[in-house]
Ligand binder design. Structure first.
Ligand SMILES: NC(=O)C1=CN([C@@H]2O[C@H](COP(=O)(O)OP(=O)(O)OC[C@H]3O[C@@H](n4cnc5c(N)ncnc54)[C@H](O)[C@@H]3O)[C@@H](O)[C@H]2O)[C@@H](O)CC1
Ligand SMILES: Nc1ncnc2c1ncn2[C@@H]1O[C@H](COP(=O)(O)OP(=O)(O)O)[C@@H](O)[C@H]1O
Ligand SMILES: [K+]
Length: 483
C-alpha cells in the first residue's frame, strides 16, 4: 500500500459515478462489472462455498447482487436470491439484471422473515442509497443476515452504513468489496467493524478524473514521511524540552506513562509536574525524567511543548495548572481531564493546540452524546476542530486527525488490545515529544497518532488481550526511527 491513500465521501463517489456513466460506460455496464468483481472476490475468499444466498434490495445494490447471482448460477453453484423489495424494483439497471438472472433459470424468493441455509451470504440489500436508519422491514433483514451461520460478503458497503456512519442496524460482514472508489466512512468506528476485510474494485473506469480526496488513510508504512533520522551534530537542547503536567493524587501512573512516552519518542529533556508524593516512584522507574517541586508551579518559559491532562483531575489543583498553561502561547497537547475542563469552561486554546479526545470527551466538547459522536466521526472531529480552533485527534478504532483547512487523516493501525487504561496517556506524550522536536501541530498529531497505533500493533504481536500501555515503550523507540 502507498503510505497515504485517498478516501472519498459517498457524495463524491456518487458524482464520480455520474461522470463515469456520462463519459465511459452506462449504468448497466458498471453494474455488470461490479457483479463480476464481487463474484471474483467470493471465489478468492470462499472458493469451496457451494450454496450461495444473495439478499437483494430494490436499488442499484440489489442489481449488483443479481449480476453476482447470475454468474454464480452459471458456474454451477446452487444459488438462492432472497429479494427484499416491498415496493418492487424501481431501478432500471437492477430490474434488467434481475430479468437476466431469472431468464438464466435463477431462483428468486421473496423475503419472509427468515433466510435459508447457505455456505456464503452475499449482502446486496442496501448500498450508498441509504440516507437514514434502515426501516423496520429492512432492519429485520439485516438482523437475519447477522444471525446466519455463514460468512457474509457485503457489496459496496455493509447494509445499514450510510454516508456518515452507522445509524442503526447494520450487517457485520467478513469482507466488503467496494465499487469505484474507497470510502472514508468504512475506515472508522462501527462501520470499520461491520465492513471486515476491505477491497475496492475500480470497475475499469478510465478517462474520468477522480474527485479530490475527502480523507487520507495512513498505515505504519507512512511513518517515514514524518520521522527522519536525527542530524549527526544535534544536541539535547534541539530535540525538545517537553513538560508533562498531571497525575493528581491517585493518578501518578498516567503522567509517568505520558512522560516516559515523550522520552521514548525522542524528546531531548522531559520534566514532570505532578504531586510531590509521586516523585520517588517516578524517578525510580525513569531516572532520566526531571520532576519539579509542586510549590514552583509550571514554568511556561521552559518547555518547547507541553502535554497536559493525564491524571490531572478536575479539582482546583488541575484547574490551576491548566489555567496557567493556557495563558502562555505554547505548543500543547490537551488530553483527558484537560479536555473535560476545556469543554466545561469553554477556554480559548493557544494557537498551537492538539486536543486528543476519546469519543466520550468529544461528546463533552460538542455538548452532545457519545452515540452522536460515533454516529458521525468525521463530522464530529471537524466540528471540534472548528469550534476550538485546534488540531483534533478523535481516538478509537479508525482514529481521525482533523484540523480546519486540512484533509483529515484516518489511521489504518491500532487494535482492540489498546482499549485499556493508560493508552491515551502514552499518546499525549508521543505527540508532545514530536511538537517539541519542531513538528507543526497537525503533522505531530498525524505522525504521533500513527506512531502510537503502530506501536500498539507491534506490541500486540504477543496477543491483544492483556496488552499494557507500558508495552508500547520499546516499540515507540523502534518505530520512531524508521529505516
Ligand atoms: N449507478 C451505478 O452506476 C452503479 C451503482 N452501483 C450500486 O448501486 C448502489 C446504489 O444504488 P441506489 O442508489 O439504487 O441505492 P441502494 O441500492 O443503496 O438503495 C436504495 C434502496 O434502499 C431503500 N432505502 C433507502 N433508505 C432506506 C431506509 N432508511 N430503510 C429501508 N430502505 C431504504 C430504497 O427504497 C431503495 O430501494 C451502490 O451502492 C452500488 O452497489 C454499482 O452497480 C456500481 C455502478
Ligand atoms: N478498538 C481499538 N482500535 C484501535 N485503537 C484503539 C481501540 N481502542 C482504543 N484504542 C486506542 O487506545 C487509546 C486509548 O485512549 P484513551 O481512551 O484516552 O485511554 P486512557 O484514558 O485510558 O489512556 C487511543 O489512542 C485509542 O485510539
Ligand atoms: K450492501
Amino acid at each position: 500500500m502507498r503510505d497515504l491513500s485517498p478516501l472519498f465521501a459517498t457524495d463524491s463517489v456518487r458524482r464520480f459515478e455520474a461522470d463515469a456513466i456520462a463519459v465511459a460506460a452506462d449504468e448497466a455496464v458498471l453494474m455488470e462489472r461490479a457483479g463480476q468483481a464481487a463474484w471474483r472476490r467470493a471465489l478468492e475468499l470462499w472458493p469451496s462455498a457451494a450454496r450461495l444466498l444473495v439478499v437483494c434490495g430494490a436499488g442499484g445494490n440489489g442489481g449488483d447482487g443479481f449480476v453476482f447471482a447470475r454468474l454464480a448460477h452459471e458456474s454451477g453453484r446452487q444459488v438462492t436470491v432472497v429479494e427484499h423489495a416491498p415496493r418492487g424494483i424501481h431501478h432500471a439497471a437492477a430490474a434488467a439484471a434481475r430479468s437476466r438472472f431469472v431468464d438464466a433459470g435463477g431462483n428468486v424468493e421473496p423475503w419472509r422473515d427468515a433466510l435459508p441455509d447457505a455456505d456464503l451470504v452475499v449482502d446486496a440489500l442496501l448500498g450508498i442509497g441509504l440516507t437514514a436508519e434502515p426501516r423496520n422491514d429492512a432492519a429485520a433483514a439485516i438482523s437475519a443476515i447477522n444471525a446466519h451461520a455463514a460468512p457474509v460478503l457485503a457489496l459496496d458497503v455493509p447494509s445499514g452504513v450510510d454516508a456518515r456512519g452507522v445509524p442503526g442496524e447494520a450487517v457485520r460482514a467478513q469482507a466488503t468489496i467496494e465499487f469505484l472508489l474507497p470510502k472514508a466512512v468504512l475506515r472508522t468506528g462501527r462501520a470499520l467493524e461491520c465492513a471486515g476485510r476491505l477491497s475496492c474494485a475500480a470497475l475499469e473506469v478510465t478517462g474520468v478524473t477522480p474527485p479530490a480526496p475527502n480523507a487520507l488513510l495512513a498505515d505504519a508504512s507512512g511513518l517515514s514521511r514524518w520521522l527522519r533520522p536525527r542530524r549527526s551534530d544535534t544536541h539535547k537542547g534541539e530535540q525538545g524540552r517537553v513538560a508533562c503536567v498531571g497525575g493528581d493524587t491517585g493518578s501518578a501512573g498516567a503522567i509517568l506513562l505520558c512522560a516516559e512516552a515523550a522520552a521514548r519518542t525522542g524528546a531531548g529533556l522531559v520534566r514532570v509536574h505532578t504531586r510531590d508524593a509521586h516523585h520517588a516512584a517516578l524517578l525510580a522507574r525513569r531516572p532520566e525524567l526531571m520532576a519539579t517541586p509542586e510549590c514552583e508551579g509550571v514554568d511556561v518559559d521552559w518547555p518547547d511543548a507541553i502535554a497536559i491532562g493525564p491524571g490531572l483531575g478536575q479539582g482546583n489543583w488541575g484547574f490551576a495548572h491548566l489555567h496557567r498553561v493556557l495563558q502562555a502561547d505554547i505548543a500543547c497537547v490537551l488530553d483527558a481531564d484537560a479536555v473535560t475542563i476545556v469543554a466545561r469552561h469553554g477556554f480559548t486554546l493557544p494557537t498551537r493546540s492538539v486536543l486528543t479526545p476519546h469519543p466520550g470527551e468529544a461528546a463533552r466538547l460538542l455538548g452532545t452524546t457519545t452515540n452522536d459522536v460515533q454516529r458521525d466521526r468525521f463530522g464530529s472531529a471537524a466540528a471540534i476542530a472548528d469550534r476550538y480552533r485546534a488540531v483534533v485527534v478523535l481516538k478509537g478504532a479508525g482514529t481521525i486527525v482533523a484540523a480546519a483547512g486540512r484533509v483529515p487523516l484516518v489511521l489504518d493501525a491500532g487494535n482492540p488490545g489498546m482499549a485499556t487504561g493508560g493508552m491515551g496517556d502514552v499518546l499525549a506524550g508521543v505527540i508532545a515529544a514530536l511538537m517539541g522536536q519542531g513538528m507543526a501541530p497537525f503533522d505531530a498529531a498525524c505522525a504521533g497518532a500513527l506512531l502510537h497505533s503502530a506501536a500498539g500493533d507491534a506490541a500486540a504481536a504477543d496477543g491483544e488481550r492483556g496488552l499494557l500501555a507500558a508495552d508500547l515503550m520499546p516499540q515507540l523507540r523502534r518505530l520512531a526511527n524508521p529505516a
